[in-house]
Design a protein. Structure first.
Length: 150
């Protein structure tokens, strides 16, 4: 599903497909498993084949605040930590049985530098995510795609 998803956005040569597929590792998780703890450094980028991953953080009063819920065919990481190489303020947790493809940050950087098709695709993906987050933040994070603000 990883290669098929990327191929919907950019034409991949056979060698691109092999290099990208060979850089990711398929993994499975059960409900509630923690992929990243608060204060840890992000070490992976994930692609969800099946299931959900919740990004959340702990507020000062001890309550949890869900930041984002990622669904199938989403790329997931603690973005701030991923790009700044600083500890994560958020926690990543699976919701339900979840199947993912993961790539270490080191392998990601190698792939990003060596595979032009992946580079073009992932930059376009980031632009989409930034626009989507900005749009949702304009609604205070409470936007329902089917019914507007709620």
């Amino acid at each position: 599903m990883l290669i098929e998803t990327i191929s919907k956005h950019i034409h991949l040569q056979e060698n691109d497909k092999q290099q990208i597929a060979g850089s990711f590792k398929k993994e499975g998780f059960n409900n509630g498993e923690i992929l990243l703890k608060e204060g840890s450094y992000t070490k992976h980028l994930y692609f969800i084949e099946q299931g959900f991953i919740r990004s959340f953080y702990n507020k000062d009063n001890g309550t949890e605040k869900t930041h984002w819920v990622y669904t199938e065919q989403d790329f997931v990481t603690a973005w701030y930590s991923f790009f700044t190489d600083k500890p994560s303020f958020e926690i990543l947790q699976t919701l339900g049985k979840t199947s993912i493809y993961s790539i270490s940050i080191l392998e990601y950087r190698k792939l990003y530098e060596s595979n032009e098709s992946f580079n073009i695709f992932i930059n376009s993906y980031y632009q989409h995510i930034i626009a989507e987050m900005d749009f949702l933040n304009s609604y205070g994070g409470h936007y329902c795609k089917n019914g507007g603000k709620h």
